[in-house]
Design a protein around this ligand. Structure first.
Ligand code: ATP
Length: 355
């Protein structure tokens, strides 16, 4: 294989960062050049402290590039942004502006699909990120909006952490990860900063994420909702023209009870339910191959049949899915059993005109 920038970037994409993600997925590589066997690049950290902490990562990156065929010399430096130039300040969290008429589409976005659940922790964010990646792998232009304002998890799951730029203090430039355009309120806050807002501020923040982000042209925007049936769900369904909702549940009775509430809410808000997904459906022991159903099995399919909505599929409970999410590289990027299940789900949505 010829030595070129793509080959070097692929090698750098294998270099994991301490907080999750890779040098490439977190967009830290600058000024990469390849000249007659000599590779030069800059690792640009957001702060001088982070730059110091990246010294071992630089060594790993140099070794990864040096191992490529045709590389004779590697010259890498790690720098920091330094104190950020004073950008026009963008305030996230404000009172919503009134909207005339009914739910409005977002210009440039063909379909908006929300992913919801009744209960927390059933895998809504995992499904959203993996579905986004699986759809992007099948050639769709995909956006992922993390609307879980109280507990944003997409920055970690997609391996992004850079604060999105706002060149004019109004528009927000989203980030790119694994072929997906990503925006989360978590990117505008410090990782452990809590959002302590009342309903109107939340609605205003959501409105900003939907309308001030430069999404570009998308075939589908996937919105990862917070759990439950609160202000965010209400605002989104009433103000934005949605293609529909996907409801994720585990097969457990308590999860299904809450999922029914979510379904009831979408019914009341006249948001079409595109289908149900059963997550953490089966567990195959990696040592002996025994298949177990830790949270039961088939409950979601039975519910879908009962209420007459499509059952979109079941996803296995597996350690690799959790590890991949924590590492910022969704499991759907690979080709194992979970990735195949997500690929089938993506293909089904595309075939049905939903993505
Ligand atoms: N199929 C799976 N196999 C293994 N682990 C999973 C699976 N689905 C989700 N998880 C893990 O379970 C945890 C909760 O998942 P996730 O954050 O996606 O749920 P959620 O419904 O979005 O939660 P929240 O209510 O906090 O938003 C995460 O650590 C995730 O990695």
């Amino acid at each position: 294989m010829a030595l070129d920038k793509e080959t070097v970037m692929a090698a750098l994409d294998s270099v994991a960062l301490p907080g999750g993600g890779t040098l490439v997925s977190r967009d830290l590589i600058r000024a990469l050049t390849v000249e007659a066997g000599t590779v030069r690049f800059v690792i640009e950290a957001p702060t001088p402290e982070e730059a110091r902490a990246l010294a071992p990562v630089q060594a790993t990156a140099e070794a990864a590039v040096r191992a490529l065929a045709g590389v004779e010399a590697v010259q890498a430096v790690t720098t920091a942004h330094g104190p950020a130039a004073k950008a026009p300040s963008l305030k996230i969290g404000q009172h919503p502006t009134p909207q005339q008429g009914g739910p409005a589409p977002i210009s440039g976005i063909d379909r908006i699909v929300v992913v919801g659940s009744g209960k927390g922790g059933v895998g809504k964010s995992t499904v959203s990120s993996n579905l986004a990646v699986a759809l992007a792998k099948q050639g769709r232009r995909v956006g992922l909006l993390d609307a879980d304002i109280y507990g944003p998890s997409q920055p970690r799951m997609m391996g992004v952490s850079k604060r999105p730029a706002s060149p004019d203090g109004k528009t927000i430039i989203p980030l790119q990860a694994h072929g997906v355009t990503v925006m989360s309120i978590g990117l505008m806050l410090k990782e452990d900063e809590a959002v302590v807002w009342r309903g109107p501020m939340i609605m205003g923040a959501l409105q900003q994420l939907l309308t001030q982000v430069e999404w570009g042209k998308l075939d589908i925007l996937i919105v990862d909702l917070p759990p439950g049936t609160g202000d965010i769900q209400l605002t989104l369904c009433q103000r934005t023209k949605l293609t529909g909702a996907i409801v994720v549940s585990t097969p457990q009775d308590v999860a299904m009870l809450d999922a029914r509430r979510a379904l009831d809410m979408f019914g009341k808000l006249k948001t079409p339910v595109l289908g149900l997904i059963e997550n953490m459906s089966t567990y195959v022991c990696p040592n002996c191959g025994h298949e177990a159903h830790l949270f039961g099995h088939g409950g979601v399919a039975a519910e879908a049949a009962k209420i007459g909505v499509p059952f979109l599929g079941e996803l296995p409970l597996e350690l690799d899915t959790r590890l991949a999410g924590d590492a910022g590289a969704p499991i759907a990027l690979g080709d194992g059993p979970a990735a195949q299940a997500y690929a089938a789900l993506a293909a089904r949505l595309i075939a049905g005109g939903m993505a």
